[in-house]
Design a protein around this ligand. Structure first.
Ligand SMILES: [Zn+2]
Length: 267
């Protein structure tokens, strides 16, 4: 063995060892990926498949008829067709009809927050499917899905728009085309959390617009606005107003969860 070959052999050995180590580390990562079960987003118990375990799924409160045909708020009893809730008559929204998959309670809030703030885009397929089911009637006659837009600064921080992620799933489920380029934020708004109802309304007033070159595309069309949560309805109402100003024929609203204070008696 001469002096030349020793370093070269040891280099070779070192490279081979490094390659082995790399392969081993990739294999362990792969094994960990396979071995680590998905955890339920609400209770952190291992779960097969999507997002929520059976126990938490059972805790989700799906909104079923009877409900106000206008606002989608559940009724305590079925008053027969076309009976509106007191809210729908007292302060009718700019949009025509709203539907939600679930009530905004504890498990629903956990799902919404995980999708919105923790990059859990894997939850969107299940949430979007539940929405498509709740909004069947709206989607049947719709021309376009319009996600509620984020201001670009917030979109930059969050990297994606949760309403857009839900709308993509609903597009696949319903065949209604998603258009994320129609409605824009004209200005950044404060977070609606913690604001009173009138403050929420003035916070989003004039916050949305349809650019003039897009107006002809929605004129006379029936649109379904997609959002994650409906609280006071101020954001969806401001969006609907902007779309109707641009001559949309009708705007309906489909959300994952809506706040329901208590079941309402119809009038
Ligand atoms: Zn769970």
């Amino acid at each position: 063995m001469d002096a030349e070959t020793v370093p070269s052999r040891s280099n070779h050995l070192r490279r081979a060892l490094a390659a082995c180590r790399g392969a081993w580390s990739r294999a362990t990562h792969l094994a960990l990926d396979i071995a680590l079960p998905t955890l339920c987003v609400a209770c952190r118990e291992p779960v097969d498949g999507e997002g929520v375990c059976a126990a938490c799924w059972a805790k989700l409160s799906f909104i079923e008829p009877p409900y106000c045909p206008r606002l989608g708020i559940p009724f305590v009893y079925d008053p027969g067709p076309d009976m509106l809730s007191m809210e729908a008559i007292a302060s009718p929204p700019a949009y025509q009809r709203a539907r939600a998959a679930v009530r905004y309670d504890e498990v629903a809030r956990t799902l919404v927050h995980a999708l919105k703030y923790q990059d859990r885009t894997d939850l969107a397929p299940a949430m979007g499917r539940w929405m498509a089911r709740a909004g069947r009637e709206l989607l049947a006659g719709a021309d376009m899905l319009i996600p509620v837009p984020l201001h670009w600064r917030r979109a930059w921080h969050r990297r994606y728009n949760q309403s857009g992620a839900l709308a993509r799933v609903i597009e696949r489920q319903s065949g209604v085309k998603l258009r994320g380029d129609i409605l824009q934020r004209a200005r950044a708004t404060e977070q609606q959390v913690g604001l009173s109802r009138p403050q929420r309304a003035s916070n989003v007033q004039g916050a949305f617009k349809v650019s003039s070159e897009r107006q002809s595309e929605i004129a006379g069309r029936r649109l379904v606005l997609i959002d994650d949560v409906l609280t006071s309805g101020a954001t969806t109402d401001a969006c609907a107003r902007a779309l109707l100003r641009a001559k949309a024929a009708q705007v309906d609203v489909l959300v994952f969860a809506r706040v329901v204070d208590s079941p309402k008696a119809p009038i």
